[in-house]
Design a protein around this ligand. Structure first.
Ligand code: UDP
Length: 436
């Protein structure tokens, strides 16, 4: 079927489009009427390129009201577009597509694209051309069906243009609103000790004079926060203080995205440690800085080192130490970390222990970048399988973790998620009142 899926896909597209047109008839008829009344015309026309770069006119219902995209169903009926496929591009956008990504033009553009789905949940960390290439290579009715289902679910989470402030504030914790690429660049610049590496504009945190917030070439503490961490920070004064003083706090997970949405702002990306780690390894292998893996059960970090070195030849693991040591061993471990010359120290003790430990030993430790990474080593050792991509694309990685370790996770997610949203709502209300 994969060899010539065109006919099956066209049948699938027509069947689904006709079903939607019938089921959604009241909506699109009203939307069409509103377009005529409001804008004096039915459609807006965008000139874009389709399969084999053939130009066509993409339809949207006229006017600014929601439901504009419903008109694209007529493009699908006409055969210009498919339900799922790479995004239709303008001539100027198409000119910027790298030659190796030309395969994207071998299929009709889609109403739903793989990149847009990942963007909705903030996990579009790979280039769009790469996601398009993977989609085209595995194109099938099943893949199209899956992508449209995920697009509909992810659509509920994302959508709508919102301002993207450089810094977010949840319960007094400043979170850098950045992209995965920028975050990796930032770490690499410090880990390789490049003096004068560019600072992200968001880092001008007024009033922060702490020595934990240091510039390029110096010691930087980095933390990732998900709703569970922010719930802990809400009541744990010391942890909150450490996060406030850290060089960077990065947003982890769909909960932060939903929290942003509740506050009327956009999240640039879900810059979680689990997605960042392989990119950091790739960069470390390329730039020549090394990593020290501290934490998790004995034997786990060794497996992580093995797996990542197999994936990224040249990756230097400067040292390994499990996370079940006594206070009497601490000095020797710190001496070993410092002697290793690691550019980045990754500490996996769980939240908030790892951040507090890093703050306690901030001066004694010498690696320029240190970060708390929670259960990361368990994932990359293969001890705990990570949620499949399709679940992550619809923002449900946490359900996977809940199913895997219900005894430990139910409190975090079943109680913690609603509590987090309630606290965000309360903060948003207080801010709105203060502005009145
Ligand atoms: N851990 C450790 N030493 C300890 C307690 C925990 O190294 O004394 C490790 C544990 O083995 C696991 C990680 O810390 O690998 C915590 O994982 P968890 O999934 O709880 O992280 P979080 O969800 O807090 O990010």
């Amino acid at each position: 079927m994969n060899r010539s899926p065109d006919r099956a896909l066209r049948t699938f597209d027509l069947a689904l489009t006709l079903t939607w047109l019938i089921l959604l008839a009241p909506f699109w008829l009203v939307r069409a009427l509103l377009a005529l009344i409001g804008a004096g015309r039915l459609f807006d026309h965008a000139h874009v390129l389709g399969r084999n770069r053939r130009p066509f006119v993409r339809l949207t219902f006229a006017g600014p009201l929601p439901g504009r995209e419903l008109a694209a169903l007529f493009n699908i009926l006409r055969g210009d577009m498919a339900i799922a496929g790479p995004r239709p591009l303008t001539v100027a956008e198409a000119a910027a597509v790298p030659a190796e990504a030309n395969i994207r033009f071998s299929v009709p553009p889609g109403l739903f694209s793989p990149y847009q789905v990942q963007q909705r949940t903030g996990i579009a960390h790979d280039p769009e051309s790469e996601l398009d290439r993977r989609f085209v290579e595995n194109r099938s009715v099943r893949a199209s069906w899956g992508l449209s289902a995920r697009a509909l679910v992810a659509g509920l989470l994302g959508g709508g243009e919102r301002p993207v402030p450089p810094l977010l504030d949840f319960f007094g914790v400043p979170i850098v609103n950045t992209t995965m690429d920028e975050a990796v660049d930032w770490i690499a610049a410090r880990a390789s000790n490049h003096p004068g590496a560019a600072r992200h504009p968001s880092l001008s945190k007024e009033g922060n004079t702490s020595d934990l917030a240091l510039g390029a070439g110096e010691k930087a503490l980095l933390a990732f926060v998900n709703p569970d961490c922010l719930n802990i920070a809400y009541t744990h004064d010391r942890y909150r203080a450490v996060l406030r003083q850290a060089a960077r706090v990065l947003p982890d997970g769909i909960g932060v995205k939903i929290g942003c949405r509740m506050r009327g702002v956009g999240l640039a990306a879900n810059v979680n440690g689990t997605d960042l780690f392989p990119r950091l390894c790739e960069r470390a292998a390329r730039d020549g800085f090394s990593l020290f893996l501290l934490g998790a059960r004995p034997g786990i970090a060794e497996l992580v080192a093995e797996n990542m070195q197999a994936r990224y030849p040249g990756l230097m693991i400067a040292g390994i130490q499990h996370g079940y040591f006594g206070p009497d061993e601490e000095d020797a471990i710190i001496a070993r970390i410092n002697a290793s010359g690691a550019g980045v120290l990754l500490v996996a003790f769980g939240v908030p222990r790892q951040e507090l430990w890093l703050a306690d030993h901030h001066d004694a430790l010498t690696p320029p970048v240190r970060m708390g990474v929670g259960g990361l080593f368990d994932f990359y050792s293969g001890r705990i399988p990570r949620a499949p991509l399709w679940l992550r694309e619809i923002g449900l990685e946490w359900v996977w973790r809940l199913i895997q370790e219900p005894g430990r996770m139910w409190r975090r997610y079943i109680l913690g998620n609603p509590l987090f949203l309630y606290r965000v709502w309360k903060q948003a209300r207080q801010e709105a009142k203060a502005h009145e």
